[in-house]
Ligand binder design. Structure first.
Ligand SMILES: [Zn+2]
Length: 263
């Protein structure tokens, strides 16, 4: 029996659609690899036995810090970076900013003593409703810091800033919901830690370009990025482009990404 020609046609059309979809997904995938060089490092959990790619061992963190110090990279605070950029002040020849997302217990137990030992400033981005409930961002993490631990960080001169309230994907929220999410988070930081600078780290690194206006309306000074980057965007809202240091990222790659980044 002969196969009707329209079936053959449908067969080839489907193959074509599948191929186009596959190559589009490859392009999307490739766009994110390799990550762009950046001076601003983004760490997640610090865990002696990392259970996810988002955790780094204290040993690797120590190796990173050691290499930065040996290579005379000056670690500056996020605040110094923002102020220098806004006021046209020069930055050190080799510089980096260290940030931690999700305020895990492992960051408090392992990163904090190391940061103090190396005298490195750092910013910790807290999803405030999860701090309240004690629920870590993902189950494989070493838990989440409480307000007392976050207050200790602030008292020691570290910055604690917003990572949203409930760690929701902001790109999926309406304008009103986004405003509530960020406002609740900033209020929680102000009332528990007396923190008033509005720097926001985007959960999952996601946002929509048109949401930049909403951040400005809320008085947000900067948004810290990872995955999504909509380019230079609204004036008055600083984009903090970051390099994610994962479980298996080599310390030499961390150094190269900083040195290789634009001034
Ligand atoms: Zn997060």
């Amino acid at each position: 029996m002969k196969t009707p020609s329209f079936i053959i046609c449908i067969f080839f059309v489907s193959i074509n659609i599948a191929l186009v979809a596959y190559s589009a997904s490859r392009i999307e995938f490739n766009k994110r690899l390799p990550p762009k060089p950046a001076h601003i490092l983004c760490y997640h959990d610090i865990d002696p036995a990392p259970q996810t790619q988002w955790a780094r061992s204290p040993k690797m963190l120590l190796a990173d810090f050691d290499l930065l110090k040996k290579s005379q990279v000056e670690v500056i605070s996020l605040d110094t970076f923002i102020n220098s950029t806004q006021n046209g002040l020069p930055l050190p020849e080799k510089w980096a900013v260290i940030t931690f997302d999700d305020v895990t217990k492992g960051q408090f137990d392992y990163a904090r003593p190391l940061l103090k030992e190396y005298k490195f400033p750092a910013t910790f981005f807290a999803p405030t409703a999860l701090v309240e409930s004690g629920e870590p961002v993902i189950s494989g993490f070493t838990g989440i810091m409480n307000w007392k631990e976050l207050k200790a960080l602030v008292d020691e001169g570290f910055q604690v800033a917003s990572h949203g309230h409930t760690h929701s994907d902001l790109s999926a929220l309406s304008g009103q919901m986004l405003k509530k999410e960020i406002r609740d988070s900033l209020l929680a930081l102000a009332s528990n830690l007396n923190v008033n600078e509005a720097d926001v780290c985007l959960p999952f690194g996601l946002y929509r370009q048109e949401q930049e206006k909403l951040f400005i309306e809320l008085g947000v000074r900067s948004i810290a990025l990872t995955t999504t980057d909509h380019g230079s965007g609204e004036p008055g809202l600083m984009k903090i482009r970051r390099f994610e240091v994962k479980a298996d990222t080599k310390s030499s790659t961390v150094l190269r990404t900083i040195i290789g980044a634009a001034p």
